[in-house]
Design a protein around this ligand. Structure first.
Ligand SMILES: *[C@@H]1O[C@H](CO)[C@@H](O)[C@H](O)[C@H]1NC(C)=O
Ligand SMILES: *[C@@H]1O[C@H](CO)[C@@H](O)[C@H](O)[C@H]1NC(C)=O
Ligand SMILES: *[C@@H]1O[C@H](CO)[C@@H](O)[C@H](O)[C@H]1NC(C)=O
Ligand SMILES: *[C@@H]1O[C@H](CO)[C@@H](O)[C@H](O)[C@H]1NC(C)=O
Ligand SMILES: *[C@@H]1O[C@H](CO)[C@@H](O)[C@H](O)[C@H]1NC(C)=O
Length: 650
């Protein structure tokens, strides 16, 4: 049923043949940047295979890569042809690149050895080589001289992604004789990016109605076997993809090519040869022969009423073609300028940042430090770096971009309590193009003791303890599971080595009620929080030593072991002691119950008497918000410098 409707829509949109004056217009193709066209093929620039390593100790595969720019990143996925690989079968790759390439290898549980004149990432062993950048034949000879035999040789120009299947074929020729245009489909598929996507439009073109023309020069070997898979997607990284879009897809190749079209959109199709829509595999449709010329195909689109030739692409030979159209729904509010990203630039920038990741997740903040040195190979300057929230902008000095923000801000997303995700948005100087680098980082699983100035526990924490003023203490713990793990056994304040410790919180009920426990949620940044507050008032208003040590003993619920967390704090007097405490010359520790919710409403105060000074405990105001809050204006250097060093874990 759906198939019928879909086909009806196709036929309907193909029927009206317009004889408008535009059909004869000459359309000059120009480069456009908004769309990405990539294709996969088994075809190589040059290559060969041989059976000369069958039965030998190891397979030897030679990849010669020629690229047009420095810092060329590409991926190599290595899989095995055999269902079960014998573990002793060794595989060696020799990768020679004519410029600086960045090869990232994924090889599952195969463990190939790499010999390269470049850096190879993602593998354990990487042996530098003296093999020269030379002709294919000479390279094959050099490798043969060194390793006896060569299993395969492949020369590729500007590859993006190589899928390589190791394994040998006893039916291969005895010798690896290099051939131009060698088809390596038996062991390799390479993804290439079309470097220049071209298009042309006329002023009369109707919005939301566009034609895409794809010409594939299939060689005889390809046409006989597989159909060409064509995938059309509409994407919008930041907003909703455009829904109201009428697409005409013109596919031209030899008449005996079959096309498989994979798309979630309603697309009108004109194809040479036969085609099939992946969603409706049983329907095979015939088309006629299409014109074999640029203007002929453009004219065909115009005749169908599509004046906007959104893309016109010539592809040498392919098994898969992917058309990724960047089209966003116009936003009702402020339409953000859709960044026109050149896929190659994006790829290089993303690779550079992923190789030298500048992001770091701390317990409650994200920190970015980008040395400008690392960016010198981009052949462009970066003028600005922000997080996904453009208000979270990195500050820069001569040498670095630096940014430090609270984890709850800047559109940072938390996953499974231990993973933070955000994006860097970089502005390139030459084009003002914005390049996005998505990243994630693991949050440390840690136990911390922190001091805050205000009852909302506002980030960042401090190490300054103000005398005669309420101070707010938090013990935080992060694990991957939403359970409470800790029990705070007791907390105390040690003013000086001679003085005895002042107990702030102890396990004896009802004092333990003074502590508030927040379970790990999004609002607590996935941490389990134990909070309480107190006021420190020295006898008679001072004098007091400059430093003190706050310490809490915590017990792990699941294994019963305990550990001690300490925090060095600087004591600071900001106002005179309250008169009520000054009358009797007592050293008072004023203790505050920090209570939330109805269960813990009873404010309590208690007097704790010690051997020497009398300690006075007194509640402070109690209605604090349950979640940690923050302001977007926090920036670097938020932790105060103190004469006492801060530390945790004792
Ligand atoms: C390459 O390998 C990685 C890791 O196994 C995988 O995530 C990725 O999808 C693979 N890419 C292709 C094109 O097969
Ligand atoms: C493969 O290596 C063996 C051992 O060195 C050699 O005898 C043989 O000729 C080589 N085969 C080819 C095709 O080069
Ligand atoms: C398909 O067409 C091409 C060129 O027209 C021809 O070379 C090739 O042999 C044909 N293949 C088959 C399987 O008919
Ligand atoms: C720039 O900031 C970084 C990070 O804070 C610092 O390490 C570096 O010394 C600073 N450079 C200059 C020239 O101030
Ligand atoms: C108990 O668990 C904590 C947290 O994983 C760990 O640091 C500590 O060493 C454990 N203690 C014992 C005795 O296993």
């Amino acid at each position: 049923m759906e198939a019928r409707l879909f086909l009806a829509a196709l036929l309907l949109s193909c029927t009206p043949i317009r004889t408008s004056p535009t059909s004869g217009d000459v359309c000059t193709l120009q480069q456009i940047t908004k769309d990405k066209v990539s294709y996969m093929t088994g075809k190589t620039a040059r290559g060969c295979v041989s059976r000369s390593t069958v039965g030998k100790l190891q397979e030897v595969h030679v990849l010669q890569v020629k690229v047009e720019t420095q810092m060329w990143p590409f991926q190599l996925n290595v899989s095995s042809a055999r269902r079960t690989t014998s573990p002793e079968r060794k595989v060696l790759f020799v990768i020679i690149c004519d410029k600086f390439c960045m090869v990232t290898v994924h090889s599952a549980d195969l463990h190939p050895t790499f010999v390269s004149n470049n850096m190879v990432y993602g593998v354990m062993g990487n042996v530098a080589t003296t093999f020269d950048q030379t002709s294919g034949e000479q390279l094959v000879q050099q490798v043969k001289d060194h390793y006896d035999n060569v299993t395969s040789f492949t020369e590729l120009e500007n590859p993006l992604h190589i899928r390589f299947r190791v394994g040998e074929d006893a039916s291969s020729p005895e010798n690896c004789i290099v051939q131009a245009g060698f088809n390596a489909w038996r062991y390799l598929q390479t993804e290439f990016l079309v470097p220049e996507v071209k298009g042309c439009t006329s002023p009369s073109a109707k919005k939301g109605k566009e034609a895409h023309i794809l010409r594939v020069q299939q060689g005889p070997a390809e046409t006989s076997s597989q159909p060409v898979e064509v995938k059309v997607t509409v994407v919008c990284p930041e907003a909703k993809p455009l829904q109201d879009l009428e697409i005409l897809l013109i596919l031209q190749s030899q008449p005996n090519v079959t096309w498989n079209i994979d798309t979630q959109r309603t697309v009108s199709i004109m194809a040479s040869g036969k085609y099939r829509i992946t969603r409706f595999p049983s329907e095979q449709l015939d088309e006629r022969v299409l014109p074999d010329s640029e203007q002929g195909l453009i004219g065909l689109a115009h005749q169908r009423g599509f004046d906007d030739i959104a893309s016109y692409t010539n592809i040498p030979s392919a098994t898969h073609v992917i058309l990724e159209l960047h089209r966003c729904e116009p936003e009702v509010k402020t339409p953000p300028p859709t960044p026109a990203q050149h896929p190659k630039t994006v790829n290089i920038v993303q690779t550079v940042f992923n190789l030298l990741p500048p992001w770091k997740c701390a317990d409650d903040s994200i920190e970015i430090v980008v040395p400008k040195m690392n960016l010198k190979d981009l052949n462009d300057y970066i003028t600005d770096i922000t997080l996904q929230d453009p208000r979270c902008r990195a500050e820069q000095n001569q040498t670095h971009f630096v940014l430090k923000r609270y984890l709850g801000d800047c559109h940072t997303k938390l996953e499974s309590r231990i993973l933070a995700r955000n994006k860097l948005i970089l502005t390139l100087a030459s084009s003002l193009e914005k390049v996005e680098v998505p990243f994630e980082c693991s949050l440390p699983q840690e136990l911390r003791l922190q001091l805050y100035r205000t009852q909302d526990f506002k980030w960042p924490s401090t190490t300054m303890l103000e005398v005669n003023k309420a101070a707010y203490v938090q013990v935080s713990f992060r694990a991957g599971i939403p359970l409470t793990f800790l029990e705070v056994k007791e907390c105390s304040l040690q003013i000086s080595a001679e003085e005895p410790q002042q107990l702030l919180i102890q396990p004896v009920a009802p004092l333990s009620q003074a502590e508030t426990v927040l379970e790990p949620t999004e609002a607590t940044l996935g941490r389990e929080l134990h909070r309480f507050s107190f006021i420190y008032s020295p006898a008679g208003g001072g004098p007091f030593p400059p430093c003190a040590t706050l310490s809490c003993r915590v017990a792990w619920r699941f294994n019963g072991s305990t550990s001690m967390e300490t925090l060095e704090v600087t004591l600071q007097d900001t106002r005179p002691p309250p008169s009520s405490l000054g009358i009797e010359a007592v050293v008072g520790i004023t203790f505050a119950a920090f209570l939330i919710g109805t269960l813990l409403t009873a404010a309590l105060w208690c007097i704790y008497s010690h051997t020497r000074p009398m300690a006075k405990l007194q509640p402070v105001s109690t209605n604090a918000p349950a979640s940690e809050s923050s302001s977007p204006n926090h920036s670097i250097g938020s932790t105060q410098s103190t004469p006492c060093s801060t530390s945790s874990m004792a």
